[in-house]
Design a protein around this ligand. Sequence first.
Ligand code: GZL
Length: 342
Amino acid sequence: MKNKGWKKFLMAAGCIAVAALTAGCGSFQHVATQSAKETKEAEEDLIVVGFSQIGSESVWRTANSASIQRALSRENGFFLEFNNARQKQENQIKAIRGFISQRVDYIIFSPATEEGWETVLQEAKDAGIPVILVDRKISVSDDSLYTTWIGSDAKAEGEKAGIWLETYLGKNGRQEEDINIVVLQGTPGSSVQLGRTLGFDSIAKQHPNWHILEEKPADFTTAKGKEVMEQYIRKYQEIDVVVSQNDDMTFGAIQAMEEHGITTGVDGDVIVISFDAVREALEMVAEGTINVDVECNPEQGEYVAEIIRKLENKEPVDKENVVEEKVFTPENVAEYIDMRTY
Ligand code: GZL
């Protein structure tokens, strides 16, 4: 493996340097004061991976972090340095610089937004450290700045939502009806917000009778989802469909509608389309308060571990690795809900 005498020293010195560099930005597990422990980890010849996670804004994100921490465990031959960037790109950039100064073997990160990564990824490339993107994508002119990406096809998720709505309206004899739609968007400029919006809009524009009244960011959180939905309720008399780009925002939106006496779902006033498909939301699909939930699979840890093993063996890896995903409705959710681990 890669750990040499100089690396053990660097692991100890680097961890202390990282703590100084990144003090106050995000939170490191395996804090740097445990340099003796980290040196010991390095001596065991573990593959050292630095992971900059966006934050802990949603149930999905927590599941994604857990999946990667499970897969990149010491038992599996890894030493994982985990940093929570608390939704801030600057915290991710600081953490990545910290990983570079520690001379980790690999850097993985889920980019909060698409833009603004060239400089720090060039530094990682100059340091000879492979970068693996998980979950969200970045927009760079030189794609050699990262080795590979593992995640979901957000545009396809948006299209699935639009196609479901087409089918649902047709089955209910509403294909010619004027349909008023409001959208709760995820983090502005994130590849997932851009993709889900592009995908759904590509279907919506085929239906002149579909009217997207407004699309506003609600940051993937329940609190913000409720706040923005209350604004929509006050502003629009007639809302037929809510498209919410993750379950956490959906929970807030449904709370807001219930507080205003508006029912949702299969027999409700408002059709609710959600994304992620976490267990709590699938239970609401089963009871009919959410009409459809488009899965976004956070279980990416095994994919990451497999790719790192291939890279360790100098085997080729695909530039893009799309995870499997389903669409859950009241008709099919019962056969999957008990398998949901998050
Ligand atoms: C999707 C992921 C999104 C989820 C949200 O790939 O980036 O971020 O849909 C999460 O729940 O906050």
